[in-house]
Design a protein around this ligand. Structure first.
Ligand SMILES: Nc1ncnc2c1ncn2[C@@H]1O[C@H](COP(=O)(O)OP(=O)(O)O)[C@@H](O)[C@H]1O
Ligand SMILES: [Mg+2]
Length: 266
């Protein structure tokens, strides 16, 4: 039982196959992710990126295989996991306030039948502050912009105080300022040894955003540190012919050290 805790992988996926109507959308995936990384899941539309996250979270039936988080079964570590679904998959007309949504992040910590305490409210407000949304606490979520909705989602995830976060396209439809704010926040999280796994489809920003990438197209094309894994060959293999639609592949793989590693939150 003398496991070196920090040496335990954040995520392990073994022999994972997932099918809809007998058609596999993930095929025999094996991968391992160390702790404390900012990880991008990259691949074309329909590659199975969302399905991979949902499968790991135990939200879909698996045809074969299993996943572990921190070397435990998912159900045994749920309190350490946070999931941010795609923004479009949520009913934003639901009549709740921004603060209500963030407080939902506290329910897992509260246990059944316990009422939120002042301390929970303080955590929720602190999380809203971190995403620059404290002045919107009482706003109905139907009255938010796309960027504000995403920030609210992120605040809810932060309020869970998890150790591993799965986020499905957190930058989709958000403004540039929000994107920068989110990426800076994610960096401060990984600096505190949280693991953050993000579905992402903008190839231009992969090299500057992520420490680690998972290249996926039904099968796993590659999994590893961005510098050695996000290569022209692997990208070609992931996107196939679709990549020729993009202007210049070489341009996507900028190898400079990006200077924007600010520690500042927002
Ligand atoms: N609930 C579902 N029922 C049937 N097919 C699905 C379902 N969810 C996803 N799919 C199919 O599985 C494939 C992978 O989907 P998805 O994981 O959402 O891809 P990505 O997130 O990479 O765009 C797609 O072909 C999609 O149409
Ligand atoms: Mg998706």
């Amino acid at each position: 039982m003398n496991k070196n805790i920090s040496a335990v992988s954040a995520l392990e996926v073994h022999d994972l196959t997932v099918a809809f109507d007998r058609k596999p959308v993930l095929w025999n995936i094996d991968l391992e992710i160390p702790q404390g990384k900012l990880v991008g899941i990259i691949g074309p539309n329909g590659a199975g990126k969302s399905t991979l996250i949902k499968s790991v979270m135990g939200l879909l039936p698996l045809s074969s295989g299993y996943c572990k988080i921190f070397d435990e079964k998912i159900d045994d570590v749920r309190h350490r996991i946070s999931y941010v679904p795609q923004r479009e998959s949520v009913d934003w007309d639901f009549p709740v306030s921004v603060l209500d949504v963030v407080m939902m992040g506290r329910y897992g910590k509260l246990g059944l039948l316990k009422r939120p305490r002042k301390a929970d409210l303080d955590v929720a407000m602190d999380c809203l502050r971190k995403v620059g949304m404290e002045s919107f606490a009482n706003r109905q979520i139907a009255q938010l912009s796309g960027g504000q909705q995403q920030r609210t989602f992120l605040a809810r995830a932060l309020a869970q105080q998890a150790d591993i976060y799965f986020m499905d396209e957190p930058f989709a439809g958000v403004d540039a300022a929000t994107e920068k704010a989110i990426i800076n926040l994610l960096r401060t999280m990984t600096a505190a040894n949280k693991t953050v796994i993000v579905v992402h489809h903008d190839l231009q920003s992969v090299s500057s955003y992520f420490d680690w990438v998972i290249l996926l197209n039904t099968r796993l094309v590659a999994n590893g540190p961005t510098t050695s894994t996000f290569t022209q060959d692997k990208l070609q293999e992931t996107y196939g012919g679709k990549l020729t639609l993009l202007s210049d592949v070489g341009d996507l793989i900028r190898r400079e050290n990006f200077p924007n590693r600010e520690e500042k939150v927002l």
